[in-house]
Unconditional design. Structure first.
Length: 153
């Protein structure tokens, strides 16, 4: 199963947007599913339903960090290349969806939302673009890994 399908399936099972994308790559990242779920759990709903950066986008960034991130605080070149990579991933998501901000993707006016998650009904899945956004994010980071992994952003 490809990453997009895996991420969308996880979202349909009730995992949040960040968990769905991040866990679709957990095996390749060397993380067990429970650790991946816990690590990404705070980023759903644009970071705890604050409706800021889309959780699917945050998951792309976490995947990129584990695979290609820097560790030395003094390595300015590594930081620069990694931030270029992150900006590239964000730009790819924006090309498909116009923004990386959760509330804008959902057409919400609120600054933040109730911490209570919405019930996952069939109506929820029909009205929300989240499943497609999760798929887009998984596809973008998967394509990046396959195509650009040896090239600096």
């Amino acid at each position: 199963m490809e990453h997009r399908e895996k991420a969308e399936k996880l979202f349909r099972q009730g995992y949040n947007c960040a968990q769905s994308v991040f866990c679709a790559f957990s095996d390749e990242l060397g993380l067990d599913k429970d650790t991946a779920l816990k690590l990404s759990s705070s980023f759903g709903g644009g970071m705890g339903r604050l409706r800021e950066v889309c959780g699917a986008v945050s998951a792309m960034f976490m995947i990129a960090g584990i695979k290609y991130g820097y560790t030395s605080p003094d390595d300015k070149d590594a930081k620069t290349h990694h931030y270029e990579r992150i900006q590239h991933l964000a730009d790819e998501f924006k090309k498909k969806n116009k923004t990386i901000i959760c509330r804008k993707l959902l057409g919400l006016e609120c600054e933040k939302d109730s911490p209570i998650p919405d019930d996952r009904t069939e109506k929820y899945y029909q009205e929300r673009p989240c499943e497609l956004l999760v798929g887009d994010a998984a596809e973008i980071i998967s394509h990046y890994i396959e195509t650009f992994s040896n090239i600096k952003a």
